[in-house]
Design a protein around this ligand. Structure first.
Ligand code: FES
Length: 143
């Protein structure tokens, strides 16, 4: 299996590993088939993601995609973070082998799970944003 240099770089030197104490929201997702688990921490101020960290107990692609996903949402608005897709994360890494696309889905789901918690603790998910959370119902292993 061939991995891009960017995947290897983010796997060997992952960005944003760790926890945020007093995070505004966290999202934990797991894939029951491979057993991998990902937790994303978000610090949100004035509808901006000022910091993002993650802890991933999983495969190399799961680590690389959570590293890239947190890089892509840091400093962005909630709306921009909501529109993050696993495809965009995989493309930013110069691609993933097809059999590993589900790992990038886990990264998108972890970010969405954190954003969901954020909205739910503040009166619920706005109607026009609900569609962004459909991904949380997807089977991670469909590629
Ligand atoms: Fe499960 Fe990569 S093999 S997330």
């Amino acid at each position: 299996m061939q991995y891009s240099e960017k995947v290897m770089d983010h796997f060997m030197h992952p960005r944003n590993v760790g926890e945020i104490t007093d995070a505004s929201a966290t999202g934990t997702v797991g894939n029951p088939k491979c057993g991998d688990i990902m937790k994303v921490y978000l610090q949100i101020e004035n509808d901006m993601i000022v910091d993002a960290k993650f802890k991933t107990f999983g495969c190399g692609s799961a680590i690389a995609t959570s590293s890239m996903a947190t890089e892509m949402i840091k400093g962005k608005s909630l709306d921009e973070a909501l529109s993050l897709t696993n495809k965009a994360v995989a493309e930013a890494l110069d691609g993933l082998p097809p059999i590993k696309m589900h790992c990038s889905l886990l990264a998108e789901q972890a970010v969405k799970a954190a954003l969901k918690e954020y909205y739910e603790e503040r009166g619920g998910i706005p109607e026009d944003k609900k569609k962004y959370f459909d991904v949380l119902d997807e089977d991670e292993h469909s590629v």
